[in-house]
Each structure stands twice: as C-alpha cells, then as structure tokens.
Design a protein around this ligand. Structure first.
Ligand code: FE2
Length: 388
C-alpha cells in the first residue's frame, strides 16, 4: 500500500503505572522553568493538582495552578487562562484532567503566542505559530487529546463548538498513567471509553486513513471492545483500566493522523446545544451513523467487525458489517446510553435545532472525511432518526 502523509505524535510519551511521578523531571528535560498547570476545580479539590505542583517544585521549577477550566471549554475561560499565563510570566503548560483541561491548555498556548481571538484559528484557518511546550496528563481513557492535533472550544458569543486543528496543537509530551483513571466513575468511564472506540472506528474508515493510523486504530478497537465493559463495571479491575488507557492513546494517535468523520461532526453541535458529554453524544449517534455509512466502505467496516470479534472470518463483508451495526446497538443498551429523548431533551427544541446542527456539522469539515459523504438533508434525517 502506498502512503504519503505527515504523521504527528508527541516527541515523548511516558506510558504506564507511576508515570505521573515523571512530570517534574520531564519538564526539566524540556528546559521549562515556569510551567502553568491547567486543570479543573475537581482535580484541585481532590489535591491531584497540588501533588503535581509539588512534584514540579521539587524538580526545582516555579509553578502555578489555573483551575478554572470547565466541561465543554469556552473561549471566555481560555482568555482568562491566557491572562493568568502572561501575568505569571509562564513559559510552558502542563494540562491535567480529561479532554477539557487539555483542550483548554492547547488553546491558551496558541492564543498566548499568536494573539487575536480563538475563532480566527477555527477550521479551515491555519495556526501560524506553535505555542509554548505543553505536557499533557490525561485522567480519563479517553479523549486522546493528549496526543492529538485538535482542540474543541465553544465560542462564548455564538455557542458554536469550534474545531481548531493543526500539527502545532500536538502536545510536546504526554504522561499516560492509568493509575490516574482509577477514580473515574462508571458513567465517565463508559462515555470516555465510547469516545475512544469512536475514534478508532472513525479513523479506520476515514477517507484520510493511512497504514500508520490503521494499525493503531485496529489495535485500539480490539482492546476497547473487550475491555470497556470490564473497565466500566469495576474500577478495581486494574488490568482493564490499564488496557483502556493504552488503547485510548492509540486511538488518539490514529484519529489525530487520519481525522474523525461524521459521528464527531454531528456530535459536536449536539453536545454544544444540549450540554451532553462528548462521549455520550458520540454514543447516541454511532450506531445510526455507522448503518448510514457502511455501504460506502463495506470492507473496512467488515474488518472492524472481524477485529472486534463478532464476525466470523468466513462471513461476507455485508454480514460482517451488519453484525457491527447490531453490536453497536447492543453495546449502547449495555452501557445504558439514552436517546436524546430519554436524556430528557425537549422534542420541539431538538427538532428546531436540527438544521442549525446539520449546518455546523458540515462546516466543521469532519463529515467530508466520512466514507459516505452526507448532504445537509441526510444529516438532518440522521439527527431525527436518533431522537427516540
Ligand atoms: Fe472524540
């Protein structure tokens, strides 16, 4: 197979139990002197941010904490972060948390360096200059943000969940320590794990897939399919949490280098307008969008089914792909994923928002990576189809 593509990954990945303790020495190796920790109030309260700060201080660096990041990070919070970064004379960023603090730190970095407003860098606009060194430390498994070239920030003025993309957004280094995920409650483990599964499947069927991303996507989906239910059921299942953490990172590298597709394109507006956790809005869409897309890349979807183990090697691609769609529906039931209706959304509001969501999905560019490229009308139909 021929391939000509640019692969971006963090230059250092510290992976494994106990890797968290390496953060201080890692910053020294990267010649950072005054890192700013970007985290959320929860991780401040449970003192994980303080533990990190102490490790960094012990490594001989000066360090402060910005703990105001919010779920579905906003341009307003990013601008506050930029002020704190500048006023503190910081030279580097350490993000600690789920996708939100990591995405916030990426956005702080590019605004601190390039100035302007975040919407200036929204896809398809380029980001001119790289931000300062950024060490990302995820506490979920996971959004893959610690290894990806994307950040998603909601524009406070318009309510739009903006996709911002560029190789310069890939963190300099990532510390991937599954021990930080042991306190994840079941719902969070299910939602972030389904996000990872979506990354793996979407990067494998993406029109921008390549042999490098394919290998990681297949390895990740195989692990996630088997380990996610175990990881959700028992946080004490160390092996499942460790396997999920590695797979989430692999899926993150895969989608960062192959792009996501229609599920993510539709999930961002749905999450933004109705305040649904990212992994959950992905899950609401994944089976229906897969059923819609199968015909355009049937061999690829069949390979997903075989890799995850619910199609026999002798099954025709059509049968294997059908099994995939059925398995995704079953998995949603098992993980108690609600439909938008069951989630409690107002039907009138939801239906009224469908055209706007479809337009925003298309504008993000992600649906154009889908094997079957949808029209606005087809996206609208899919939104209505998943309602109940
Ligand atoms: Fe995602």
């Amino acid at each position: 197979m021929h391939m000509k593509t640019e692969i971006r990954v963090p230059s250092i990945l510290h992976i494994g139990g106990g890797a968290f303790a390496e953060a201080g020495p890692l910053l020294v190796r990267l010649h950072c002197k005054r890192p700013l920790i970007v985290t959320d109030p929860f991780l401040r309260k449970n003192r994980l941010a303080e533990t990190l700060q102490n490790q960094i201080l012990q490594a001989g660096l000066r360090c402060a904490i910005f703990d105001q990041t919010v779920a579905d990070p906003t341009s307003e919070v990013v601008e506050v972060g930029v002020r704190v970064y500048r006023e503190g004379g910081h030279d580097s960023l350490v993000s600690l948390g789920g996708g939100s603090p990591i995405d916030t730190a990426k956005a702080v970095g590019i605004l601190a360096t390039n100035g302007g407003k975040l919407r200036d860098y929204k896809v398809p606009h380029p980001i001119p200059l790289a931000g300062p060194p950024h060490v990302a430390i995820p506490t979920t498994a996971g959004t893959g943000s610690e290894v990806s070239r994307f950040t998603v920030i909601t524009d406070t003025e318009t309510g739009e969940k903006m996709l911002i993309a560029g190789g310069v957004l890939v963190p300099t280094a990532a510390v991937v320590d599954y021990e930080l995920t042991l306190t994840m409650p079941a719902r969070l483990a299910a939602d972030t794990g389904t996000d990872s599964l979506t990354h793996a499947i979407e990067s494998y069927v993406s029109r921008k897939a390549n042999p490098f991303s394919d290998a990681l996507a297949l390895a990740a989906m195989k692990t996630i399919w088997h380990e996610l239910p175990l990881s959700v059921r028992g946080p004490a299942n160390l092996q499942a949490r460790e396997n999920m953490m590695l797979a989430a990172t692999q899926a993150g590298i895969a989608f960062s280098n192959a792009s996501v597709a229609l599920v993510h394109g539709m999930s961002r507006p749905l999450g933004a307008h109705f305040h649904i956790a990212h992994g959950l809005s992905n899950a609401m869409l994944l089976p229906a969008v897969t059923a819609f897309s199968v015909e355009a890349a049937i061999d690829r979807y069949a390979e997903c089914a075989r890799t995850m183990g619910f199609a026999q090697p002798g099954d025709s691609p059509q049968i294997a792909a059908d099994q995939l769609v059925r398995a995704l529906h079953r998995r949603n039931a098992e993980l108690e994923v609600p439909t938008p209706q069951q989630y409690g959304l107002d039907e009138e509001q939801y239906l009224a928002m469908v055209p706007t969501m479809a337009a925003q999905a298309l504008a993000s560019g992600s649906p154009q990576n889908n094997p079957r490229i949808p029209t606005a009308e087809e996206i609208e139909t899919l939104y209505r189809q998943v309602w109940q």
